[in-house]
Design a protein around this ligand. Structure first.
Ligand SMILES: *Cc1c(COP(=O)(O)O)cnc(C)c1O
Length: 371
């Protein structure tokens, strides 16, 4: 028999031990009280009523779902003018981000993204044993030059969220095209458009067209944000046939549930809900930023956002940490991001008009009395 040793337990791979688990937005305060949740970029209008109605018609739970989500991919293809064969579904776009790294990078390879990029990229890179490489930001936003300067022989995957979370920053089509053109053809560019539907059509970053035209671009989208279906875990991606084939080989075989497929299908058909959500977000985001400006100079700087949240930099007497605690005391949970190198910032999801008014009055009160 083998002698018992100190390592008498399974030992995880060192690159797995190095991962800091994803920290989700909270919904309760320190005392366990349920708070208004503006910490996870969920849709304040809820979910399409058509999607909710579709839930009632879902096939029996003892049946496996369609492994290929055929109807849902067909509907997405129709909406976006994409061949459904070039669409892959994921259990949230999170699954696809991880599979993109796993499919194309491994130990010794590099995965590149920007400082203040989406926190899942670090996990996705480490999960497959690759080395995460982080490019400096340009005033919190994505700096194409800085990214390109770090592309090496080992670079296999580049992740860009556009709009980016948590900063809200956005690269226009010209910058995305410039980045893509300068990348070697064997480097996969993943354009994460989780907030793509919030951007007005005239500001489109051209990602879907790039994915259709080139062999090294994957665009990912989600039903978690504007479609208001975060709880159903539905994401999708599109790219060249070779990329879709790779992801299909390694995705979960029944990765979208019966309920998810039914609700997703109904949600795609309800573009009126999507348009209403976009209009609500735009109006409330504009009003929120204007109200912060009207507070006078307390050192609060909302960063320009194309998404359904605003990142506020706190440079005055009121700190982000105190504002986070004070807003929670007043009933709302926001996102303070010390673990992402942003201890001086709060990310606040755009909620209802009343919720945003409540945030502004809370911040004003705290800023005016901060010592
Ligand atoms: C919310 C978000 C996602 C979506 O994740 P799901 O797994 O689809 O819920 C992806 N990327 C970014 C940048 C996000 O903020």
């Amino acid at each position: 028999m083998r002698a018992a040793t100190m390592a008498d337990a399974p030992v995880p791979k060192p690159w797995i031990s190095d991962i800091h688990a994803y920290v989700p937005g909270k919904s309760t305060g320190k005392d366990g009280r349920v708070l208004v949740k503006l910490s996870a970029n969920e849709n304040p209008l809820g979910t399409s009523l058509l999607a909710l109605a579709a839930r009632a018609d879902v096939a029996s739970p003892e049946r496996y779902p369609d492994p290929d989500s055929k109807a849902l991919r067909a509907a997405l293809g129709d909406l976006h003018g994409i061949d459904p064969a070039l669409i892959v579904m994921g259990t949230g776009s999170d699954e696809l981000l991880n599979l993109a790294a796993q499919g194309y990078a491994g130990p010794g390879d590099e995965v590149l993204y920007v400082r203040y990029g989406f926190s899942v990229y670090d996990i996705a890179a480490r999960r497959c044993g690759a080395v995460p490489v982080v490019a400096p930001d340009a005033d919190y936003g994505t700096d194409v030059e800085a990214l390109l300067a770090l592309v090496s022989e080992q670079t296999r995957v580049v992740f860009i969220a556009n709009p980016n979370n948590p900063t809200g920053s956005y690269l226009p089509a010209g910058e995305i095209a410039r980045l893509h053109a300068a990348l070697p053809a064997d480097v996969l560019l993943v354009l994460d458009q989780a907030y793509g539907e919030y951007v007005s059509p005239e500001d489109d970053d051209g990602g879907l067209a790039l994915a259709a035209a080139h062999a090294n671009v994957l665009v990912t989208r989600t039903f978690s944000k504007i479609y208001g279906l975060a709880g159903e875990r539905i994401g999708w991606g599109t790219g060249h046939a070779g990329i879709i084939d790779t992801l299909n080989r390694i995705r979960g075989p029944f990765n979208i549930s019966n309920t998810g497929q039914a609700m997703g299908l109904a949600a795609v058909a309800d573009q009126a809900f999507v348009a209403a959500s976009r209009a609500h977000n735009r109006a409330e985001r504009t009003r929120f930023v204007a109200a912060l400006a009207a507070m006078g100079n307390h050192g609060l700087r909302p960063l320009p956002s194309q998404a359904n949240f605003v990142l506020i930099e706190f440079g005055g007497k009121l700190t982000a940490e105190a504002a986070f605690a004070g807003l929670a005391e007043r009933g709302t949970i926001t996102r303070w991001l010390p673990n992402q190198g942003l201890p001086h910032c709060l990310r606040i999801t755009i909620g209802t008009a009343a919720q945003m008014d409540h945030i502004v009055s809370g911040l004003r009160e705290m800023a005016e009395t901060a010592k």
